[in-house]
Ligand binder design. Structure first.
Ligand code: GLU
Length: 423
């Protein structure tokens, strides 16, 4: 029988900490700075009373963690999911700090979450949860304090509710309090596609680095939400061959490649389960799809998919992390041994927060950019950051993930030294 992964391996906070420790050690980070950056700045738990449609009250538990404000206001998504924990939100907040530093945008890191299952709640219930959660956080968030965005289980509509609730409390419309808003409410062109576009740009760069052609390059994408589906569509259009896909209902593998626009129509326009796609291939579980033959693997769903128990089975040459934390810390060494070229989450999925930054800039200026301008600037940031991480890895003889952490920690620590500690 296959051994079961140890519980600690699956604690994302410990996974994040393990990488932080290795990187901090390689950097020779002084003890005081190490302690400062290891712990979050602030954490809040909110109990959110909500009237359900059936007339009863329920109390939902929500969190917001500010990891760092050293390089600017906190930035990071809000997730609605049944398995949200404070430890997970802490890890995700720290990842936002490092992610913003890797792409060198002037934000710190934060994350929020509410324990709830959006698939079991009505629109009205979701709106009431969002509004009460936001109201409880009025003093914590703001364009200069902490700027939330969408994450798992939340979307443009959720952000519109956050924006409206915050604006009602401060008595003026404040679009820059959240990003990932609808276009008509101060959203940015290209924000919805940004994470997927960033994934593709990172993959393009990795192929150039490894001297592999893009046309016909086989890609498996796990997850068919915003990040997975946009990555699939953009990469399909660019000439990649999408041979594996998966969502919560299961996975499909087809070595001939999928007609991605037809698959999107099936899942999104017709609302059908992905594994039932008529022109599909072999049905597999969403986990099993990760281990099929391909050149590039894009886990774009949830955490802890590639672990010490299965990393040996990854066949891809390139792993580009569209999700946050899809690979556990013990799996890193196995991937390294196998020679997999890893584009870590804090680089690979940073396209989303990069365009969030553009959205925040546009909201504050009251001047909006064309889609082409947004995409061009995103490309520039992603390509430059990719080059910096790879250069760092080569200069320090470490893998790309540790290089990305080192680059990020170094930037935050440098800013912290310049600011000094207020006492
Ligand atoms: N939730 C996304 C992430 O994890 C986006 C965050 C943002 O745009 O602030 O990167």
């Amino acid at each position: 029988m296959a051994a079961v992964a140890t519980p600690n391996e699956l604690n994302v906070y410990e996974s994040a900490e393990a990488r932080f420790e290795v990187a901090a050690d390689k950097l020779g980070l002084e003890e005081g700075l190490y302690k400062y950056l290891k712990y979050p700045n602030k954490e809040i738990t909110v109990y959110i009373p909500v009237a359900l449609d059936n007339g009863h009250f329920e109390v939902f538990v929500g969190y917001r963690v500010h990891h760092s404000i050293v390089r600017g206001p906190c930035k990071g998504g809000i997730r609605f999911a049944p398995d949200v924990t404070l430890d997970e939100i802490r890890a995700l907040a720290a990842w936002m700090t490092w992610k913003c530093a890797v792409v060198n945008i002037p934000f710190g890191g934060a994350k929020g979450g509410v324990i709830c299952d959006p698939s079991k709640l009505s629109n009205g219930e979701l709106e009431r949860i969002t509004r009460r959660y936001t109201a409880e956080l009025t003093e914590w968030i703001g364009p200069e304090r902490d700027v939330p965005a969408p994450d798992l289980g939340t979307n443009e509509q959720t952000m519109a509710w956050v924006m409206d609730t915050y604006s009602m409390h401060v008595r003026h419309t404040t679009t820059a309090v959240v990003t990932g808003k609808p276009l008509d409410l101060g959203g940015s062109h290209g924000r919805k596609e940004a994470t997927g576009r960033g994934v593709m740009i990172s993959c393009d760069k990795a192929l150039t680095k490894l001297g592999v052609k893009r046309d016909g390059c086989r890609v498996i994408i796990q997850g068919f939400g915003n990040v997975g589906s946009v990555s699939a569509l953009l990469m399909h259009r660019a000439g990649y061959k999408i041979v594996g896909v998966a969502d919560i209902h299961g996975g499909l593998y087809n070595e001939k490649g999928f007609n991605v626009p037809a698959l999107l129509d099936w899942v999104y326009a017709q609302g059908k389960p992905l594994p039932e796609f008529p022109a599909g291939g072999t049905k597999l579980s969403a986990q099993e799809v990760l281990f099929q033959t391909c050149d590039i693997l894009v886990p774009a769903a949830v955490e802890n998919q590639i672990t010490s128990q299965n990393a040996r089975r990854v066949q891809a040459r390139i792993l580009c992390e569209g999700a946050n934390g899809p690979t556990t810390a013990p799996a890193d060494a196995i991937l390294e041994q196998k020679g997999v070229f890893v584009i870590p989450d804090i680089l690979g999925n940073a396209g989303g927060v990069t365009v969030s930054y553009f959205e925040w800039v546009q909201d504050r200026q009251g001047f909006f950019w064309r889609e082409g301008e947004v995409n061009e600037r995103l490309q520039d940031v992603m390509e430059h950051s990719f080059d910096e991480v790879v250069r760092y890895a080569e200069a320090h003889g470490v893998n790309n993930r540790i290089a990305a952490y080192m680059l990020a920690i170094d930037r935050v620590a440098f800013a912290l030294k310049l600011r000094g500690i207020y006492a």
